[in-house]
Structure formats: structure tokens, C-alpha cells
Design a binder for this molecule. Structure first.
Ligand code: AMP
Ligand code: MG
Length: 526
């Protein structure tokens, strides 16, 4: 571990808060505050990602050394680490919320691996910082497991995301009122070490704009371009515009991926939007079981459903508008920002169309496909069909054996994608007719069936971190059994491949999980 090499550009090149200490305050004229992780009682390594360890150049012996749990539990620093918490603001649920910042996340440093890649190491749950507001700076085991598992799963699903190196138990209890209903209880605490080329968010820029700190705004923009977007060329003004265009493009691609895999972030506030277009800040996220564009797992958002599944691309667009407003003083012209925002909609539409075609095994977009897709979504919704299972079953359809008017026997292959007999009965005829149209569409393209099936199974995952699976792993982990966390981590390494003996991880949500806390209902309390 002593080989980890650090090059901490964020703290070296950007201004620090001159005030020492972790007491809560408004921080002006600075991008970050230097703050140490607060040591924990008994750091214990609970789980770790092989792939991320390898990415950083850490081997088995490093991970198993006592020093590892000490460092990633927040009790020790390696030479070269310079801990800090970043200052940022954000729009929460549509309203400007002022200064937020890393209230419980502390970056340890930026390490450079042997391929020359930069990876920032950040502890989440490492204790109070100047940005902790009224909270304790800690994280509970359940939410830490959810972030650890899901961020690694997202990576293997091919969705841009921050990564997670390890999960360390703190040996301390944390008090949480899970549903903000006056029932606080102690829960085991944990720290996740998350890893990303950058943790800069839209809110890092918004905070300076909101305070009129324009010089600092320009500096942070130019720093971000130089460190995180080195491929962007041009003079300073050109670079700034091209950078915003690139942020719009990446965000559009990300939204199409979330739609593809059925991921609902749950809290798409602008402080939870990565400037790199990564999935970041795994909180009350969820996975679509029965297809429902209006679903959100976040009980805090139950009334307005601002961050519901089908609305995420529009919310991202709104968030990009806030970013555009924030960086306007550094651009000085409205037109290029507006053009980039229009570009977002075009890129999202193109990406979404590309991924939709891939999910359906169609080679190109033809007249009539919009209606075909629209009808499918209507049926999936009305029939309360399991989205993930549906697309896997669809890959197995034999287009030659399905008649144009539909086919009862093909529908039979979809029996297990339904959650209720009643819903199945309601859409059975519609599904049969749709399959007839779909099979006809497939027969019209010259793609061999095996090739289509394989291509569809490469974009339609079989294993996704459904909420009930994460919850089972959490229930066991809270009793001291981490084996399910390990097994799920392994299952999600190959989400598109059938894994013998692991059918239960590909099953649809069981009835007990339909209305259970942690499965269909989550809150921001973590
Ligand atoms: P989130 O909704 O998790 O993105 O958090 C919004 C803001 O609250 C961020 O500034 C977080 O750092 C902060 N925050 C969330 N939970 C805690 C906590 N337990 N202690 C301190 N700050 C927190
Ligand atoms: Mg956050």
C-alpha cells in the first residue's frame, strides 16, 4: 500500500478555506476545507472490490493488512494523503438550497496508477466536516452496502459510475430515524471508500455563481477542464463552451443508460449530478421491477414524484439548465449555452433510440417503430410486467414460429414476467398481438436469430441489484454475516451471463418485498 502514489491537484491548484477545524460554517472564497476523518472505534474490513483494488495497484496482501482497514475506516493516513471536504451547493427538489458540501465525505487524495490514470479516493461516512450542517457525518451499514454493491454492479452493467473500493465497519452505532416518523434507533455504522476520477458536481459551480464569486467560478471551470477533460482543445473561451457541450453529451448518454437498465436514482438534486456524467451518490435509489415510468423508491419524494423513473431525462435537462445559469458569467454569451442545452435533447433522443433498438434486437430505426415501442411500453405498464425478465424472454422469441396475428404459445413463454394473474389476463391479447407485429418486424431484417438473441442478451441484463436482494444482504450483514454481500458482488460481475445455480438472483421481486421498507420504500436517511 505504501506504493500508492498521490498527486493532489484539487488541493494544490484551488484555494482552501483558511479556517481550520471541522465546526459547521459557511465557507466563502474557497473550493474546499482541510479536514481529517474522525477515527472510529474498531475498523473492520467487511467487503472489497477486486477490480477496484487492481485498478489502484493494490494486491491481496495490501487489502488484508490491518493497515488497510485503518486507512479506509478513517483511522490512519498514508504518506501523500491530504484530506479535504469540498464546498458545493445545489438545487434540491427544484429549490436553491444554498451551501451543502461534503457533509460526511472526505477525500483522502488523488492517486495515480501505473497506467497514469488519476483516481480520487473518498471516504463516505468519515465524520463531521464544516459542511455537516445538523448531521453527524456518519453513514449506516445498510446505505453503505447499497452504495458499495450498486456502484460496482453499475460498472459491470456498462453504466458510467463512480466505483467503490471497500466497505469498512466502524464498530460504532449510528442513530437514524429511517422514515422520519419519530422512531430513531441505533444501527451499525460503516464507511465506503469510493473511487472516481473526480467527484466534482454541478453544485460545485453553482455555489460560486450564487455568491457572485466569479473569479473562483472561472478558476474551478478551467481547473476541471485541465484535470478532468484534457482532450478538450481551443482557446480558453472555446474550451469553456466545448466543456459544457461535453457535460451535456455525457449526461444525455447516462440518462439513456439508466432507462436501459431500469435504474431510478431517487435524488437527482444538482449536488448529486457528476460533472463527468457518472452515476454518483447512491442513496434511496431503486430498480424497476414491474415496469412503471411513474415509480420512485424515495418516500421523501412520494408526493411530487419529481425524480420518478420516466422523468429522469427531463430532470437532468433541468439540472443542466441550472449549471448553464451558474457558468454563464464565465461564458458571457447565452447562445452557445442554449445550443448545448438543445443538443442535450437531440443526443438523448439519439442515444435512447439506439439503446431501445438494441434492447429489441433491431438493427435500424424504421417507420412504425415509434408506435411499436409506444405500444410495448403501454403493455408493460398496464400488465405490470417485470421489465428485466421481459427483455430476457423477448431475446428468446423465435420470430419464425410467431404468426402475424400473434401467437398464444409465444405469450406462454412470458408467463413468469407477470406479478398478478389479473394483470396478465388484462393484457394477454394485446401482448399476443404485439408479439405478432414484433416477429414480423424481425423477419423483415436479415439478422440470424442466434446473433440477435446474443446481441439482445448483451444489453438486457439478467441480474440487477434489485432492492430486495440488497435488503436480504443487509439483513444478514446486520447479523454479522457478509457472505451474501460477497456473493452478490460476484453475481453482478457478469450481469448479462446466465450463472448456473444462481437463478434466485435473477428472480422477480417476491411478494414479501412489495411494500417492505428498504425494498419498495426508501428515504434519504442513511
Ligand atoms: P444527499 O441528499 O445524501 O446527497 O445529501 C445532501 C447533503 O447533506 C450533502 O451536503 C451531504 O453531505 C449532507 N449529508 C447527508 N447525510 C449527512 C450526514 N449523515 N452527516 C453530514 N452531512 C450529511
Ligand atoms: Mg449528495
Amino acid at each position: 500500500m505504501r506504493n500508492l502514489r498521490f498527486d493532489n491537484r484539487f488541493v494544490r491548484e484551488l484555494p482552501a478555506d483558511p479556517e481550520p477545524g471541522g465546526h459547521v460554517r459557511q465557507v466563502h472564497g474557497a473550493c474546499y476545507s482541510r479536514v481529517m476523518p474522525t477515527p472510529v472505534r474498531k475498523p473492520q474490513l467487511l467487503a472489497w472490490s477486486l477490480e477496484v483494488a487492481a485498478l489502484l495497484g493494490l494486491d491481496d496482501a495490501d487489502v488484508r493488512s490491518p493497515e488497510f482497514a485503518d486507512v479506509f475506516g478513517g483511522n490512519a493516513l498514508l504518506p501523500g494523503m491530504e484530506p479535504y471536504a469540498a464546498c458545493y451547493g445545489g438545487h434540491q427538489f427544484g429549490n436553491w438550497a444554498g451551501q451543502l458540501g461534503d457533509g460526511r465525505a472526505i477525500t483522502l487524495g488523488e492517486t495515480i496508477n501505473d497506467r497514469g490514470e488519476r483516481w480520487e479516493l473518498q471516504l463516505k461516512g468519515a465524520g463531521p466536516t464544516p459542511y455537516s450542517r445538523r448531521a453527524d457525518g456518519r453513514a449506516v451499514l445498510r446505505s453503505s452496502i447499497r452504495e458499495f454493491l450498486c456502484s460496482e454492479a453499475m460498472h459491470h452493467l456498462g453504466v458510467p459510475t463512480t466505483r467503490a473500493l471497500c466497505l469498512v465497519g466502524t464498530g460504532e452505532q449510528v442513530i437514524r430515524d429511517m422514515f422520519y416518523d419519530g422512531n430513531p434507533r441505533p444501527e451499525p455504522g460503516a464507511v465506503v471508500c469510493r473511487v472516481s476520477p473526480s467527484f466534482i458536481r454541478f453544485g460545485n459551480f453553482e455555489i460560486f455563481a450564487s455568491r457572485g464569486e466569479e473569479e473562483l467560478l472561472g478558476r474551478l471551470i478551467d481547473f476541471t477542464i485541465a484535470r478532468d477533460f484534457p482532450e478538450i482543445e481551443g482557446d480558453r473561451a472555446q474550451k469553456r463552451v466545448r466543456w459544457f457541450e461535453e457535460v451535456c453529451r455525457r449526461t444525455a448518454v447516462l440518462m439513456a443508460h439508466w432507462t436501459r437498465v431500469g435504474f431510478v436514482h431517487g435524488v437527482m438534486n444538482t449536488d448529486n449530478m457528476s460533472i463527468l456524467g457518472l452515476t454518483i451518490d447512491y442513496g434511496p435509489y431503486g430498480w424497476i421491477d414491474n415496469f412503471d415510468p411513474d415509480w420512485t423508491p424515495n418516500t421523501t419524494d412520494a408526493a411530487g414524484r419529481r425524480y420518478r423513473f420516466g422523468h429522469q431525462p427531463q430532470v437532468a435537462h433541468w439540472n443542466l439548465w441550472q449549471l448553464a445559469n451558474a457558468i454563464y458569467p464565465a461564458i458571457g454569451k447565452v447562445e452557445p449555452l442554449e445550443a448545448a442545452l438543445l443538443g442535450y435533447a437531440d443526443i438523448h433522443e439519439a442515444e435512447n433510440r439506439r439503446m431501445t433498438l438494441a434492447k429489441l434486437g433491431l438493427a435500424d430505426w424504421q417507420d412504425g417503430d415509434a408506435a411499436l415501442v409506444e405500444e410495448l411500453h403501454r403493455l408493460l405498464h398496464e400488465g405490470e410486467m417485470d421489465m428485466t425478465l421481459f427483455y430476457r424472454r423477448l431475446a428468446d422469441v423465435d420470430e419464425k414460429s410467431v404468426g402475424e396475428g400473434g401467437a398464444g404459445h409465444a405469450v406462454a413463454g412470458f408467463a413468469d414476467v407477470f406479478y398478478t394473474d389479473e394483470r396478465r389476463a388484462a393484457v394477454q391479447e394485446g401482448v399476443s398481438a404485439w408479439l405478432g407485429r414484433y416477429a414480423q418486424r424481425l423477419r423483415g431484417q436479415a439478422l440470424p436469430r442466434e446473433q440477435r438473441t446474443a446481441a439482445m442478451k448483451a444489453v438486457n441484463p439478467l441480474y440487477v441489484p434489485r432492492n430486495f436482494l440488497a435488503q436480504e444482504a443487509i439483513d444478514a450483514a446486520e447479523q454479522g454475516d457478509l457472505s451474501l454481500v460477497d456473493e452478490l458482488l460476484d453475481v453482478f460481475r457478469r450481469p448479462y451471463e446466465v450463472q448456473p445455480g444462481r437463478a434466485r438472483f435473477a428472480a422477480k421481486r417476491p411478494d414479501w418485498a412489495r411494500h417492505k421498507a428498504g425494498c419498495s420504500m426508501l428515504s434519504c436517511s442513511s
